[in-house]
Design a protein around this ligand. Structure first.
Ligand code: SAM
Length: 326
């Protein structure tokens, strides 16, 4: 498996299946977002070719994301091919859940193992205003469908935004009493497009934890604080599920990062919050050999940035979150 120059073993690839989305979340992109034409995005056979290169290098954990991965044409067939690729041991998806009511069963059958579903509130009116376009009921149906077909353990992602959904933190944490879900609270990060909004309305995980402790109960830290992926886990006394805190802004986990991202337009992005990227799709289309591409990937990984510089005021503004793939 490839190491970077800091000795981190990079084996987890997040592949963005499209930059397009069926929602326009306030913290993710502007409402009048323009998307890339399909011809500029990786085609199915290009995704599979690059995936094979990554697995041949030791990448074994794959997450499909976007944009919204479920709106990609023929997504079930593509998931089937990805799941059947030698070396893929773990295959999950991050989705807004809108289409899971229909797609959960075929995706599971195609070989998808788990989903993380984004949900920022249980209040339908607030849901509509945060996503601009979405219907809460569709996501709730999607969550039930995902659980019913076994796309589990189920994780729910909530980006907490001051003045918008901070009052929902307690009701979201409450879900874990009844459900064996991981309810994850994500600190909002700054990207292009919505940078002012994203930097002015961040709520720290410390504040969220304090709210839960005051209004519900004192959550107990799990695994001695060792991260589960990027989340620090807690459990409320008597709860079936867990609480996860992803403190990317106030307590970054860069030292333990094992990730790289492949954007929908075929760029290898080495750090979510740094602009450095290696273009793989242009050389692939220009006839680069597999050996050339392998060398480009290894070189990119070697030079993976140590971590983000948010504390120093450095913000990567070459892409919105939806264009990178969360
Ligand atoms: N459309 C899918 C979804 O909604 O889950 C996948 C893509 S979305 C960009 C991936 C994750 O990034 C979601 O959980 C979303 O809430 C999160 N996200 C988007 N913008 C963010 C931001 N500025 N800071 C932190 N998380 C963000």
């Amino acid at each position: 498996m490839p190491d970077d120059r800091f000795g981190r073993n990079i084996h987890y690839l997040r592949i963005s299946l499209t930059d397009h989305c069926n929602l326009r979340c306030l913290y993710c992109m502007p409402e009048d977002m323009t998307f890339r034409p399909n011809a500029e995005l990786m085609q199915d056979e290009e995704i599979i070719l690059l995936l094979r290169l990554f697995t041949s290098l030791g990448f074994d954990k794959i997450r499909l994301t976007g944009g919204e991965p479920t709106i990609r044409a023929h997504v079930v067939d593509l998931v089937h091919e990805i799941a059947a690729t030698a070396g893929v041991n773990s295959l999950s998806m991050t989705t807004n859940g809108i289409l899971l009511g229909k797609l959960a069963a075929p995706l599971k059958e195609a070989g998808l193992q788990r989903v993380n579903i984004s949900l920022d509130t249980l209040d339908p009116t607030r849901f509509k205003s945060l996503t601009r376009w979405g219907k809460f009921e569709d996501v709730w149906t999607g969550i039930q469908a995902a659980e019913a077909v076994g796309l589990t353990p189920l994780k729910l992602n909530m980006v907490v935004v001051r003045d918008h959904n901070i009052d929902d933190v307690v009701s979201m944490a409450n879900l874990t009493y009844e459900h064996d879900w991981q309810m994850r609270f994500i600190e909002m990060m700054p990207f292009a497009g919505q940078t002012g909004f994203q930097t002015s309305l961040v709520v720290s995980d410390a504040e969220i934890l304090e709210m839960i402790s005051t209004k519900l109960d004192q959550p107990k830290l799990l695994n001695q604080g060792m991260l589960d992926g990027e989340a620090r886990l807690y459990r409320l006394p008597g709860a079936k599920g867990t609480l996860g805190f992803i403190s990317s802004v106030t307590n970054p986990f860069c030292a333990g990062c094992t990730r790289a991202r492949l954007t929908a337009d075929g760029k290898l992005r080495l750090c979510l919050l740094k602009e450095k990227e290696v273009d793989l799709l242009t050389p692939l289309r220009a006839g680069a050999t597999l050996e050339d591409l392998r060398a480009m990937i290894l070189d990119g990984i070697w030079w993976k940035p140590w971590g983000h510089g948010l504390a120093q005021g450095e913000i990567a503004t070459n892409r919105t979150m939806s264009q990178i793939g969360g």
